[in-house]
Every structure is written in structure tokens, then in C-alpha cells.
Ligand binder design. Structure first.
Ligand code: ADP
Length: 258
């Protein structure tokens, strides 16, 4: 089966400091359908937002944010478990840092762990282990983490579910006339170095980290699809019916001609 990595951001998973249960259930339902066609790995954000409901420390301070994330991990995973149980899907939690991609030995270790999960029909749920890590050991956003995971586990496609329909020529939240790109084959230095523009108070990425993830995927001959995580219609059409209705595909020119 083809491998697929799905990354979901805080904006989709949380609402007013709480887990957005209905949206999480919709995502879990989509993954349950996708599992008939793909081996799926989920990369999820949301631990800080989930933890904040239990522990109201200052999340702008390093220790506060880490303590909240530690409190949030079990809350987030319990919430996922309850929903995946509906579909009899067993899950595993894998916490990684950028360091895990630094040495071949370490990368091989988690590749083998993920292989073991997928071949035993367990859904690996990956998140960045930012609790005891220093900033130097971290990607700092799950967009780039998910692209590295996709490459390491040899997934042809990474799907990023966000609070926007895709990549636009300018920020659509601020510009009503912004136009969506349907297919992007290459990203310029300027686009990749633009200031971060995260929308959600818990989001760390913004569009730039998604573009960096896309650039990494393109350069490694893989595909990325950026689409809406609030309404999963476009993701479902693309992944289950191979119809590209909405959302941005990032791929090399060669891949497109195939
Ligand atoms: P997530 O929590 O899903 O990772 P982010 O808030 O980090 O989401 O990033 C998505 C946000 O990036 C959008 O809501 C939008 O406000 C902002 N953004 C800025 N420029 C663009 C652009 N050119 N195209 C799309 N989104 C953009």
C-alpha cells in the first residue's frame, strides 16, 4: 500500500483552548476510510492547546509552554484514542525531535518502529517531543517535522490540513482578492524566507513553514497537498477519488507529467 502522512495543525484541532472534538472526529473518520487505501501516519499538533485547559501557565515562556505540552499530551492522546476506538483502530504515540533525523542510526530506528506499526495495522501518531528538548534540537513546527517524517518513511504524499484552503498569492485572511494556487512546482527564496504569519495563538508555523515543508518534499521528489482541515471535502475527493477540487498541490514538474 502507498504510504501517506497527514499533518493536522492546532488551528484545526483546537477551539478556544479546548480540543475541537467534532473536527477531530471528522479527521479520525477520514483516516478510517483512508486506511483501506493507504498506510497512514498522522502527525498532530495540539498538545499545548489541549494542556492549557488543565494548566494555565504563561505559554509565551519556555518552561510554561513545556509544562503545558507535557500536561497536554495525555489529554490529546486520550481524545484521539476515544475516537479511533469507534473504528477499532489501535494507535501508537511517537515523539520525535529534529535530532532524530541527524544520524542515520537514529533515523533507521524510528523508521523500523513505524514499519513495525504499519505492518501490524497500528496507526502511528507523531508529534514533536518539545518537552525536554532545547530549541536547537527542535524543528519548532510540525510542518517541517511532517515533511521529514514523510521522507524518512518513504511516503509519496504529505497532506497538510490547515485553517486555509491552500496556498494563495497573498494572505487570504487579510486580502479578499487573494488567489489560490492549484499547483506549485517550485518556491522562490523570497517565498521561503517570508516572515512567519501564524494565524492561531497556538500555531507556531504560519504559511512559511508549510512552504518550507513543500520545498523539502519537492526537492525529494515527493508531493505535498495543502488543504482545508475544517471541511475535509477537498482532502477526501483528492485522496479517495483522485479529484483535485480545491487545495494546493506541490510537486516537481516531472511528477506532474507522469
Ligand atoms: P496551522 O495551525 O494549521 O499550522 P497556521 O496558522 O500556522 O496554521 O498557518 C496558516 C495561516 O497562514 C492561514 O490561516 C493564513 O492566515 C496564513 N497565511 C499567510 N499568508 C498566506 C498565504 N499566502 N496563503 C495561505 N495562507 C496564508
Amino acid at each position: 500500500m502507498d504510504r501517506l502522512v497527514i499533518k493536522v495543525g492546532s488551528a484545526v484541532l483546537t477551539d478556544k483552548n479546548e480540543i475541537a472534538k467534532e473536527r477531530m472526529l471528522n479527521l479520525v473518520t477520514l483516516i478510517a476510510k483512508l486506511k483501506f487505501k493507504y498506510d497512514v501516519v498522522l502527525v498532530t499538533s495540539g498538545a499545548v492547546a489541549a494542556g492549557y485547559s488543565a494548566l494555565k501557565l504563561d505559554k509565551t515562556k519556555q518552561i510554561g509552554k513545556k509544562a503545558i505540552a507535557a500536561a497536554g499530551q495525555p489529554i490529546l492522546m486520550t481524545s484521539y484514542k476515544k475516537k479511533f476506538d469507534i473504528y477499532n483502530i489501535d494507535t501508537a504515540q511517537i515523539l520525535l525531535t529534529e535530532d532524530d533525523f541527524d544520524s542515520r542510526k537514529r533515523t533507521k530506528m524510528f523508521q523500523e518502529i513505524i514499519d513495525a506499526h504499519l505492518s501490524n495495522d497500528i496507526l502511528p501518531i507523531v508529534n514533536e517531543n518539545d518537552i525536554t528538548s532545547t530549541p536547537e534540537q527542535l524543528f519548532g513546527d510540525n510542518d517541517q517535522l511532517s515533511a521529514n517524517v514523510a521522507h524518512a518513511v518513504n511516503a509519496e504524499l504529505l497532506v497538510i490540513l490547515s485553517d486555509i484552503d491552500g496556498y494563495y498569492n497573498k494572505n487570504p485572511k487579510e486580502n479578499k482578492d487573494a488567489k489560490i494556487y492549484k499547483v506549485v512546482n517550485e518556491l522562490s527564496e523570497e517565498e521561503l524566507n517570508d516572515k512567519s504569519t501564524a494565524n492561531d495563538p497556538f500555531a507556531t508555523g504560519g504559511i512559511v513553514t508549510k512552504l518550507k515543508a513543500a520545498d523539502f518534499m519537492i526537492k525529494n521528489n515527493r508531493k505535498m497537498f495543502l488543504t482545508n482541515g475544517f471541511d475535509l471535502g477537498a482532502a477526501e475527493s483528492f485522496l479517495l477519488e483522485e479529484k483535485h477540487t480545491f487545495g494546493t498541490i506541490f510537486e516537481t514538474k516531472k511528477a506532474k507529467e507522469k
